[in-house]
Write a protein that binds this ligand. Structure first.
Ligand SMILES: [Fe+2]
Length: 363
C-alpha cells in the first residue's frame, strides 16, 4: 500500500454511524467523505475519486445494492464494503455475489473494520497495478507492432530496389547476349534473324513444356547462343554453297563442343553450356557430338532441336525460299521419335507455336 492519504466515502442514512466511522477513520489517517445517501449519492460518487466505499445496505430512497451496482459498473477497481444489521444477513450474502468486497455487521467492531479496510485497499492496489501492467503491455505491444510495420515498409522498399536493379541487370545481360548472337549470325550469312526467332519459339515451347521461370531464363540464353561455337568454324566452310565434304561436315559439327567450351567455367552459364553442347543430339541416339539418347539429352536441348529444325526449314535462305508450313510440319512429324523428342513435337504442333514466328518477325 502506498503512503498517499486514502480517501474513503462513507454512505449511511444514520448519522451516529457516520460520526463514529468518521472519528475512527480520520484518526487512522484516512481522508473521509460522508454521505447520507439519497438521490444525490450518484453525483457525490462521480465528482470525486475514492479508494474505497463503505455503504449501508438498508437505506430509504436509494438502496445500498443500487449504490454497489453503480460503483462496480462505473469504477471497477474501487472496493465496496457493505454495512448490515443482524436481520440483513441473507441480503449481505447476496451483495457479496453482486461484487461487494466484504460486509460488516452492525454494531461495527473497530478491529474488524480496520482489518477489512486493510484487505480491501491491498486488493484495490493489486487490481490497480494489474490494470497499469495491462496498459503498459498494450502500449508495448503497439510500439512493437509499429516497429514491425516500419521495418516491413523499409524491407519492402529495399526489395523493390533490388528487384529493379536485378531487372536492369538482366535486361543488360540479355542485350549483351543478343549482340553476341548477332555477331555469330554476321559470320554465317544463311542464318540472319535465326537466333532471335529461336529465342521466342524456345521460350514459348519451354513454358508449354512446364519449365520453371529459372529454367526458362537458361533456355532463353541457350537459344540465343546455341550456335555460339560457329565463331570457331572456318567462314568459307560455313558459307560454302553446294555439298560439303566429309571433312567439312566434321568441322561444322565441332561448333557444338566449341560453344560448350567457351561458356564452361562462366558462373551461371554452366547449364547453358551443357544445353549448347547437346543441341544437335538426336532423340534416338544418332546425333552428335556424344550420341546421347532420349532423356539423357537435356530437355532444353531437345526443345532447341525442335525449334531449330522448324526455323531452318521454314525461313528463307539466300539460295532458296522457306518451305511451305505443311511440308515443314510433315517433316517434323516424320522425324518425331528419331531426330526429335516426340512429346516436344506434339506440344509444338498442337499449340501452333509456329504462329509465334510470324509475330516475332513483325517486331
Ligand atoms: Fe547448331
Amino acid at each position: 500500500m502506498d503512503d498517499q492519504k486514502r480517501t474513503i466515502l462513507i454512505i449511511d442514512d444514520e448519522e451516529p454511524i457516520r460520526k463514529v466511522l468518521n472519528t475512527h477513520l480520520t484518526k487512522e489517517g484516512f481522508n473521509i467523505i460522508l454521505s447520507a445517501g439519497g438521490s444525490g449519492i450518484f453525483d457525490t460518487l462521480s465528482q470525486n475519486s475514492y479508494d474505497l466505499v463503505i455503504c449501508d445496505i438498508t437505506m430509504p430512497e436509494v438502496s445500498g445494492i443500487r449504490v454497489l451496482e453503480y460503483v462496480k459498473q462505473t469504477f471497477e477497481i474501487v472496493p465496496v464494503i457493505m454495512l448490515t444489521g443482524l436481520t440483513d444477513i441473507n441480503i449481505a450474502i447476496d451483495v457479496m455475489k453482486k461484487g461487494a468486497f466484504d460486509y460488516l455487521m452492525k454494531p461495527i467492531k473497530k478491529d474488524d473494520l480496520m482489518n477489512i479496510i486493510g484487505k480491501a485497499l491491498v486488493h484495490r492496489d493489486l487490481l490497480m497495478r494489474n490494470k497499469e501492467l495491462e496498459l503498459e503491455n498494450r502500449e508495448y505491444q503497439n510500439f512493437l507492432e509499429q516497429k514491425v510495420r516500419e521495418r516491413t515498409k523499409e524491407l519492402n522498399a529495399k526489395a523493390m530496389e533490388l528487384q529493379k536493379a536485378y531487372g536492369l541487370l538482366k535486361s543488360m545481360n540479355i542485350q549483351f547476349v543478343n549482340v553476341l548472337a548477332e555477331t555469330i549470325e554476321a559470320k554465317d550469312h544463311y542464318t540472319r534473324g535465326h537466333c532471335n526467332r529461336m529465342r521466342h519459339l524456345c521460350v514459348e515451347l519451354g513454358a508449354l513444356a512446364g519449365l520453371s521461370p529459372e529454367e526458362l531464363e537458361i533456355l532463353e540464353y541457350a537459344s540465343l547462343l546455341h550456335d555460339l561455337g560457329k565463331i570457331g568454324v572456318n567462314e568459307a566452310v560455313l558459307n560454302k554453297e553446294g555439298p560439303l565434304t566429309e571433312e567439312e561436315c566434321c568441322h561444322i559439327k565441332e561448333h557444338t563442343l566449341i560453344g560448350e567450351k567457351i561458356l564452361q567455367g562462366i558462373p551461371l552459364m554452366e547449364s547453358v553450356a551443357k544445353i549448347i553442347g547437346a543441341h544437335h543430339e538426336s532423340f534416338d541416339g544418332a546425333g552428335y557430338p556424344r550420341g546421347l539418347k532420349g532423356t539423357e539429352i537435356p530437355l532444353s536441348a531437345r526443345i532447341i532441336s525442335v525449334a531449330d529444325l522448324f526455323d531452318a526449314m521454314s525461313s528463307d535462305r539466300p539460295y532458296r525460299k522457306g518451305l511451305p508450313l505443311d511440308v515443314v510440319l510433315e517433316e517434323m512429324r516424320r522425324v518425331s521419335g528419331t531426330q526429335l523428342d516426340p512429346e516436344i513435337v506434339e506440344i509444338f504442333i498442337s499449340n501452333r507455336v509456329h504462329l509465334l514466328q510470324k509475330e516475332t518477325e513483325l517486331k
